[in-house]
Design a binder for this molecule. Sequence first.
Ligand code: HEM
Length: 506
Amino acid sequence: MNFLLLQKVFLSLIAAAVAAVVVSKIRGRRRNMPPGPITLPIFGSWFQVGNNLDHHDFIRYAQKFGHVFLLRMGQRRIAVVSSPELAKEVLLTQGKEFGSRSRNIVFDIFTGKGQDMIFTDYGDHWRKMRRIVTVPFFTNKVVHQYHGDWEAEAEAVVEDMRNTPAASMEGVVLRRRIELMVYNNVYKIMFDKKFESEEDPLYVKLKNVNGERSRLGQSLEYNFGDFVPIFRPFLRGYLNKCKEVTRRRLNLYKDSFVEVRKKIASTEAFDKNRLKCGIDHFLECQANGEINEDNVLYIVENMNVAAIETVIWTLEWAVAELINNPEIQNKLRAELDAVLGPNKQVTEPDTHKLPYLQAVIKETLRLRMVVPCLVPHMNLDKANLGGYEIPAESRIFVNAWWLANDPALWKKPEEFRPERFLEEESSVEVNGNDIKYIPFGVGRRSCPGIMMAMPVLGITLGRLVQNFELFPPLGQSKIDTAENNGQFATRMSKHSTIVLKPRNII
Ligand code: HEM
C-alpha cells in the first residue's frame, strides 16, 4: 500500500517536472530567449551544468547553442556572448544597457551590495566613484609622476635576486618578491607607503587577509548556494567566513592605513605642498560630502584586488612563457640589448621603443588572459541581443578569451607567438581598437588600470630579462602552466620556482 502511494507520488513528481520543462521551453520560445540546456523548476540547468563554469566550458556550450546562449542556473540567468559582433553590441553599442554589474552572494558581502565602484550598477554612484578614483590613479600625469617609483621597485627586485644565492642555483618562487613589488607600486599611489620587506608584519597581515578574500571570492564551491537559494543554509558557515574576512580587511585598511595617513597629514611638520596621494584625495571627497566613509574603504578594497592580483598573475604567466619558449626570451633580450645598450636599464619611456617587448606582453595577455570573460556585466532591464530577449538582471559574460583565441580569427592561436603582433596583427592594440582582442575590456566599464598595468609589466619584464637568464629548476624542462579557473580569473595553479642566472654585462 505504502509502496503504491510512494510510486504514485514519484510518478506525479516526474510528470510535474516534465510538464514544467515543456512549459518553460514553450514560454522561452514564445519570449524568444537565447537557446540553452534544458531546465528544471527551481534548479534550472544546474544538474547538467554544475558549479564549475569557465571560459573553456562556455566555448563548448557556444559550439552547441550558438554565439549567445542562456544558462538558467537556479535563480540566476547567465547569458554568454562569444562573437565579436555580439561583444561589440554588449560593450559598446548597448554599453549603457549592459553596463551594470552582476554580484553573487559572496560579492554582495565583499562590496556592501555595490557600495564600491567595480561591482556597482551603472549610474550616478558608479560615475562619481570612477571620476574620484581617476584623479589619483588613471591619468597620464600619474604615469609621469610614478614611473620612477615603478622603476626603483623593479630594480629592487633585480638587486634582491642578485643577492639571493638560491636564485641562481635551485631557484626561488619569484612570485613572492614580485608580489611585494606590486603592493609597493599600488600602496605608494594610494597611501604614499612602502613595505620594506616580505617579512614586514603589516605587509604579512595585509597579504594574508587579501589572499583569504581572493580565495573565498574566486572559489567555485559556493556556486550551488548562489544559484539555488534553497541550498543557501548549507553555505551559512562559508558566508559567515566571508563576513568575518570583510570586517577584518576593512578594519585593517581603516586602522592601519587611512587613520595613519590622516594623522601624518594633520601634523605641523607635514609639507602641504607635497604630492597628494590617493587617500588624501578620497578623504577630501568624503569631507565635501561626495562620498561617505564606507565608500572610501570600498575604493581601497577595490584597488587591493583589481590593481594587484591582475598584474601579479600576468607577470607570472609572462615569465612562465618566456622560460618555456627560450628562443622568445633570447629574442627579447637581444632587442633590449640592441635598443638600450649594455648599461641602460629599461624605463617607462623606453618601453615605447621596444616593439618586441610590447608584443610579448600582448601575447601573454592574449593567450593567458587573467580575466577571460571580463568582470560580469548585467542589464538592469529587459534587453535585446542578437535578435533574442535577454531577461532583466541577467549575468552577462563576454568570452573575451575565446575572441582572442578563436582559430577563425587568429592564426594558430594555441601558439605563444609574439611575432603575430608585429606581423599579421600589427594593427591590434591593447586598448580594444579591435574587438577580438580585449584583455582589458572596452567601453564604459573597461579597465582604467591599463594606464598603470602596461608600464609596470614592461618595466618589470624588461628588467628581469635584461639582468637574468630565466630557467626552470634543474631536472624540469618546463614550467607547469596548469590553469586554475575561478569566478572571473584564470591564474597559474602553482607558484613556480624560477632559476635566475645573473648576466654580467650590466
Ligand atoms: C594586467 C593587468 C590588468 C588586467 C588584465 C585587467 C583587466 C580588467 C578587466 C577585463 C576588467 C573588466 C572590464 C569589463 O568588465 O568590461 C577590469 C576592470 C577594472 N580594472 Fe583592471 N586589469 C588590470 C589591471 C588593473 C589595475 C592595475 C587597476 C588599478 C590601478 C585596475 C582597475 C580596474 C577597475 C577599477 C576596474 C573596474 C572598472 C569599472 O567597473 O568601471 N585594473 N580590469
